[in-house]
Design a protein. Structure first.
Ligand code: SF4
Length: 444
């Protein structure tokens, strides 16, 4: 970009690159070495949940005691490939500078954080050197918006292009795309990446307007629609011609921030179900809003309970793997608040609300009905279906397939068990709710 050209014209500010303050900041940024940039840009990427890391206690072998460490290297996270493999990814931002000012984001224009920026070449070199050392199996790359959406997207695409074409990189690439960018650039991203994601950010249009006024819900969904069309089209082409190019073979995903606006769990479940349905998403990720330094006054002061995020993932699971309709999951929310209960899982909440469908006979009920029994997962139900071909099942047989026999007893009939009035008891919820456990105050 030429000096003196206006950036961020859409937000109405006349910022000129010839400004001495900006020149000073640019020089400071240029002085950062790769390690410092990695520290800043890996830390900034940790707020993105769409490549989920697994948690663990910290263990390490410094001081000559023991072998190994659970402390992952800077910027390295774990994600799951479509075939279920757990893979390590280098998870970084290209830059944490941004011309947008989304209230919930630590990298927003008005945020007082240390800024850094990688060049496309630096990201390529880092990825290759980590890959060759066997630290990672792929790259997750996102970015703040610098200069313009198109310019930023060009840089992101250049990283993936160079890895694939110049270096024949066969590892996993997940690119976060910018919905406002030229559709051709977003298409290019799909040609090089395994997975692309486009964040809807907030569950409702109202929330998006309030907290990210520069973003446009219509354009975000338009980009998802274009991505779906390209995935379907290239899938068809590849079925006919083996030589047809691949396009985002691991599909597209999105992320929603939970608890930054007034959206209820019912709103979130409905929005996620609509996105799965319309755009064939592989995953919707839910990220509990976490308060950021110097936060805007329009944000809540407290983060929502992490359990809320967990309950939303469970409800998502019910729709994707247990054939619950979205309106059935919404029916499990508390009518007064529209929120899923935090003390019990959504499947149990649904069963308690619709008790008339229980108890179910484990020796006769169809698979789809058994999948609705609280405490019975897909593997347990399939084991029941297989075992009952040979003999009638007793309660203890079912108990061996579940973590909590107390949880399933009111909802099933077995050869030696019939719950009688248990399913109708007024205090059933108390009987099946897992006991609260006092956590240790000083646990590591
Ligand atoms: S566009 Fe992305 S990086 Fe920029 S402020 Fe908004 S959420 Fe943050």
């Amino acid at each position: 970009m030429k000096k003196g050209r206006v950036v961020g014209a859409h937000i109405g500010l006349q910022i000129f690159l010839s400004c001495p303050l900006i020149e000073h900041k640019k020089n400071k940024m240029a002085q950062l070495d790769i390690r410092e940039k990695l520290e800043i840009l890996a830390d900034a990427a940790k707020y993105d949940a769409s490549c989920a890391s697994s948690g663990s206690i910290k263990r390490e072998s410094r001081g000559g005691k023991g072998i190994g460490s659970t402390d992952q290297g800077m910027g390295i996270c774990h994600a799951y490939a479509p075939d279920g493999r757990c893979i390590s990814l280098l998870k970084i931002l290209l830059t944490n500078s941004c011309v947008f000012d989304c209230h919930y984001c630590i990298n927003r224009k008005s945020s007082n954080v240390r800024r850094a920026r990688f060049t496309a070449r630096e990201v390529v070199d880092l990825t290759l050197s980590f890959y060759k050392r066997n630290y990672i199996e792929g790259l997750f790359l996102s970015s703040g918006i610098i200069r313009s959406s198109d310019y930023t997207m060009e840089q992101i695409v250049e990283v993936a292009r160079s890895l694939r074409q110049d270096h024949d990189f066969r590892g996993y690439i997940h690119l976060k795309t910018i919905p406002d960018a030229d559709p051709e650039l977003i298409h290019q991203a799909g040609l090089h990446a395994d997975r692309v994601s486009i964040n809807v950010e907030l569950p409702t249009e109202r929330g998006l307007k309030r907290l990210a006024p520069e973003k446009d819900g219509g354009r975000i969904e338009g980009a998802m629609k274009g991505m779906k069309a390209a995935i379907v089209e290239t899938g068809d082409a590849r079925r006919r011609f083996k030589s047809a190019p691949r396009f985002a073979p691991a599909g597209q995903s999105t992320q929603m921030i939970v608890g930054a606006d007034a959206a209820t769990d019912g709103d979130i479940v409905r929005r996620a179900a609509g996105l799965y349905d319309r755009y064939g998403l592989k995953r919707v990720y839910y990220s509990a809003f976490s308060p950021i330094p110097d936060a805007s006054a329009v944000l809540p002061l407290q983060r929502p309970p992490l359990m809320r995020e967990h309950r939303l993932y469970q409800s998502d699971w019910l729709i994707r793997f247990y054939d619950y309709r979205p309106d059935e999951v919404v029916a499990a929310t508390e009518p007064e608040t529209g929120m899923l209960p935090l003390d019990i899982d959504p499947k149990l909440a649904w069963a308690l609300r619709f008790r008339e469908g229980f108890p179910l006979d484990v020796n006769r009920a169809p698979r789809e009905a058994l999948l609705r029994v609280p405490g019975l997962g897909v593997t347990a139900v399939d084991a029941i279906i297989t075992a009952r071909r040979w003999r009638r099942l007793r309660l203890a047989d079912v108990g061996r397939l579940t973590v909590s026999l107390a949880k399933i007893r009111p909802f099933v009939i077995a050869d030696d068990w019939r719950p009688l009035a248990l399913a109708d008891r007024a205090d059933l919820r108390r009987l099946v709710t897992p006991r609260a456990r006092q956590l240790e105050l000083f646990a590591a």
